[in-house]
Write a protein that binds this ligand. Sequence first.
Ligand SMILES: Cc1ncc(COP(=O)(O)O)c(C=O)c1O
Length: 365
Amino acid sequence: MTNGMKDAAGFPALMVDMEKLRRNLETVTRTVRDAGCSVMIVTKSFCADSRITRMLLSDPMVDYLADSRIQNIKTYSGMGKETVLLRLPQPCEIKDVIRYAGISFNSEAGTVELLNAEASRQKKIHKIVLMIDLGDLREGLYYTEDKKIFSTVETILVLKNLQFYGIACNLTCYGAVIPKRDNLSVLSGWAERIREKFDTGPLLVSGGNSSSYYLAEKNELPAGINNLRLGEAFILGNETAYGSRIKNTFGDAVTLEAQIIEIQTKPSVPEGEIGVDAFGETPVFRDRGSIERALLALGRQDIDPGGLFPCDAGINVLGASSDHLILDISGADRPYRVGDSVRFTLSYGAALRAFTGAYVSRVFC
Ligand SMILES: Cc1ncc(COP(=O)(O)O)c(C=O)c1O
C-alpha cells in the first residue's frame, strides 16, 4: 500500500491538491482580469465539490460561479457570489432556476416567459444572458438572424421580473470552432447594436470558455468582450483552443489513483475467435509477445479510459471494461505488487466522469 490516508479513503480515489488548484486559480484569474474581463468559474467538472467551491467563494478575483446543472448551483447559492446557470433552462426546472440562480443563459422566448412568471411568483428579478451562436452550432440564436435577436431582446426587456443582463457565445464545444478576433468581434458588435437600439446601458459580453483563454493571454480579445467562463483552464490548467498547458498552472492538481488487483504475465493477443467487447466494439491487438499485465479496480463506469495518462511513463493503458482497467506494466519505472496503487493525470472528460462517479472517493490535501 502506498499511503495510509489514501487507503482509508478507499480506491479508486481522486486526489485533489488544493495548493495547486489555488495556484491555477491565481494564474487564470490574473490573466483574465488583466485582459479587462470579469471571471466566471465553472464548477461542473468537479460536481461543485464544496471543498473547491469554498475556495472559489472566498476569492475576490472570482466574480461568478457557474454550472450547467441547477443541482450543483443549489449547493452554493446565496453564499456571496452571483450564480449562473450555463445550460439553457429546462421548462421542468424553472422553479429551481429562479430559486438558486441569479442569472441564466437563454435563447428561447418561451422559456424566458416561464422564467418571468416564476420570478414574479417568487418576487425576484432574474437576470437573462442571451446566447448568440457564432457558428459552433450548439445553443444560441444564429448571429445572422437580426430580426429574431432584436425581437428576443425586446421580449426580455418588457418582462417585468427579468433584467436583460448581457449576451454570450460558446465555442469549441460542438463544432470545435476556435475563437478568433473575427468571430468574437461579431459578439461584441451585437452588444453594441443592442445597447444602441434599446439604450440598455452596460452589458455582460461573455466571450466564451477556456478556448478563448489564449486570446486573453495575448491581450487579443476584441474590445467589448468583458467576461470569460473558465472550467478546464482552472481545474487542469489547459487552454482548449489548441490544447496547450497554461504557463504557471498544474495539470496534476487533480489526479486519480486506483488499486492493482491482479498482476499476471500473459500474451498480448487474445486467443480464440474475436467478436465484440463488452461495449460492442471490435478490439484491435498488436502482438508483442508476453507482457506483464496489471488489472486495476477501475472501469468505464468510473472513468473514460482514453483520458487516463499514467504518471509512471513506462506504463501503457491497454483497455478497459466496465469494472476493470488493464495496463501493460512490462516497462514500468518501478516494480508493482497487488495492492499498490497506480496514479494517473486526467483529461477533462475523464475528470468529469470520475467526479460524477458514485464509486470514486475524493482525497483532499
Ligand atoms: C456554456 C458553457 N460555458 C463555459 C463552459 C466551460 O468550458 P471550459 O471547461 O472549456 O472552460 C461550459 C462547459 O463546461 C459551457 O457549457
